[in-house]
Design a binder for this molecule. Structure first.
Ligand SMILES: NC(=O)C1=CN([C@@H]2O[C@H](COP(=O)(O)OP(=O)(O)OC[C@H]3O[C@@H](n4cnc5c(N)ncnc54)[C@H](O)[C@@H]3O)[C@@H](O)[C@H]2O)[C@@H](O)CC1
Ligand SMILES: Nc1ncnc2c1ncn2[C@@H]1O[C@H](COP(=O)(O)OP(=O)(O)O)[C@@H](O)[C@H]1O
Ligand SMILES: [K+]
Length: 498
């Protein structure tokens, strides 16, 4: 597992290391600075004319220490202190003195010069409000510089909690972050502002944070195969679940196809599609491996029979929002006894009929909204959702006892009582119609093979992104089609057998 602390958790880990383990704060700062210098050297950054810009917090203290270490190497270092002296932490004040002791001079104004590298030590995880005034002007100005920009811990102006730009932020080429990658370096746009991220182990103890229920985690993609359900030699199609897919409408056969294909590719044993009559022939030809059952109008007994048959249900992709699809959805949500993934129009219907969710069983549903669908479900606008992704997904999963897969370039999976997952696989090739249908199919396929709703959702999201990464290698960012993500699934899963 990989853990991503927010600012509060990182500060608590710092405090624990200092107060309980007895490693002095100044010592941690020395290690932080040393690692920055080492990484700059190892990366071959041109250190011929250096500018280090410091604020008054401990991030600034790291900056003073970096400047001293570079000066001791006889390099040309200018230091610009733009904080307030009265606000300096004790350690930063000490580092300022140590820098002056080696002959370092401190300027209080930043001038645009031909620096080869600018070290950003203005704000770290202590950023607490939007950047304004002279800080704003200076950050904008150093973003115009042709110098390589190196951020200490996190680019100044990026929220360590959300990855949002707080007014403005340093656009770094490289970020050296301490101990753990902060959450704000995972989410966009913080992730892009950081450039290449290096994680320096400076001995901060993060064990407590890793156990904290509030902590956000991800799976290590290299250990992916350990997460997969087992494939037993002595098995038959029934071993891997009977999947019922309720998807597609007139002109939307593709959604059902992608759901079903992806569930099969992920390993489901038997897939039945329930769709409108118009799609019968198309789907039978596209995917002869699937059973097709079709409807002209709402037939309660038929839906009841299908629910009795299924080991897992996936409903909603492309079903449209109409009287018939609403009745089917209501029937399924209120009566399904097995794990159930609800996607796309299924969620749009629920947004208009939240009463269907009253009394649903815990641990049985996975909802897969993209941000717009999430906005409809929660009545929170998309911009607000973006600025509080973790909180929004968690709040939803607390309000309704479902696993909430809030999709985006960094998908968040929340479930009451579990740490929240954030996904780091995938790429912009996946920003194309049908990608979500593939994800719903993948998760359904994993549930069919016995994964619980939360694990199935997290592993599914990871696999989906990895399939996208494999598809990008084959077709490039522009040309990947959703159905090729299903080929990507095969490419990723077959690696387990290598
Ligand atoms: N001993 C420690 O605690 C360690 C801290 N480290 C460094 O210390 C950083 C955290 O230090 P701090 O907690 O002191 O916080 P920061 O150095 O990030 O900044 C906090 C200071 O900035 C001010 N501030 C916040 N937002 C502002 C805004 N928008 N405009 C103007 N002023 C603003 C605050 O009032 C405070 O004075 C880490 O990111 C890391 O770089 C590392 O040296 C490792 C050890
Ligand atoms: N830039 C990206 N990086 C990573 N994943 C992405 C990116 N863009 C889209 N995706 C993934 O692709 C899927 C798109 O889902 P969705 O918007 O529901 O598509 P559709 O409704 O067309 O099937 C989501 O799982 C999302 O996480
Ligand atoms: K910084």
């Amino acid at each position: 597992m990989i853990y991503f602390p927010d600012a509060g958790q990182m500060k608590a880990a710092d405090r624990y290391t200092i107060d309980v383990l007895g490693i002095p704060s100044l010592e941690l700062m020395e290690r932080a600075a040393e690692s920055c210098v080492q990484i700059m050297e190892a990366e071959g950054i041109d250190l011929s004319k250096i500018c280090v810009i410091c604020g008054s917090g401990n991030n600034g203290g790291d900056g003073f220490a970096i400047a001293r270490m570079l000066k001791e190497k006889k390099l040309d270092v200018e230091l610009v202190f733009i904080g307030k002296e009265v606000s300096c932490t004790e350690e930063t004040r000490r580092q300022m003195q140590l820098f002056q002791k080696v002959g370092g001079r401190i300027s209080n104004t930043y001038e645009e010069k031909e620096y080869s590298v600018i070290v950003d030590a203005i704000f770290g995880v202590g950023l607490s409000r939007p950047i304004e005034g002279k800080y704003f002007e200076i950050i904008e100005s150093l973003n115009r510089s042709k110098a390589v920009r190196v951020a200490v811990d996190i680019p100044s102006g990026i929220s360590a909690d959300t990855g949002c730009v707080m007014g403005t932020a340093v656009r770094a080429d490289l970020t050296v972050t301490f101990q753990k990658r902060k959450l704000g370096l995972i989410f966009y746009p913080g992730c892009e502002y950081a450039g290449r991220v290096f994680i320096a182990d400076i001995g901060i103890c993060t064990e407590k944070m890793e156990e904290d229920a509030e902590t956000v985690f991800s799976y290590e993609p290299s250990l992916f195969s350990e997460l997969l359900p087992e494939r037993k030699p002595d098995s038959h199609k029934g071993t891997y679940g009977k999947v019922l897919i309720i998807a597609g409408s007139k002109g939307m056969a593709g959604a059902a196809y992608l759901n079903a294909l992806s569930a099969y590719r992920t390993g489901a044993g038997l897939v039945q599609i329930y769709t409108v009559e118009e799609n019968r022939m198309i789907l039978q030809q596209l995917l002869p491996e699937a059973i097709i059952t079709a409807y002209d109008s709402y037939d309660e007994e038929e839906v009841r029979g299908l629910l009795t048959w299924a080991d897992v249900v996936c409903i909603g992709s492309g079903i449209g929002v109409n009287e018939c699809s609403e009745k089917i959805l209501e029937m399924v949500v209120k009566n399904v006894q097995v794990p159930c993934v609800v996607d796309a129009d299924g969620l749009n219907i629920l947004a208009g009929h939240p009463q269907y969710l009253e009394g649903i069983s815990a641990g049985q549903f996975v909802f897969t909204p993209h941000l717009k669908e999430m906005s409809r479900l929660t009545r929170i606008d998309v911009e607000t959702l973006k600025s509080r992704r973790i909180d929004a997904a968690r709040a939803f999963a607390e309000k309704y006892p479902v696993v909430c897969v809030m999709k985006d370039a960094r998908t968040v999976v929340a479930c009451a009582g579990r740490q929240t997952y954030v996904n780091i696989s995938g790429n912009a090739a996946m920003a194309k119609a049908g990608s979500g249908d593939v994800l719903a199919g993948i998760i359904t396929g994993l549930l069919a093979q016995g994964k619980d709703c939360f694990e199935g959702a997290c592993i599914g999201v990871l696999l989906h992104g990895m399939a996208g990464d494999a598809a990008k290698v084959e077709k490039g960012s522009y040309s990947v089609l959703a159905r090729e993500l299903a080929d990507g699934i095969a490419a990723v899963l077959s690696r387990k057998e290598d």
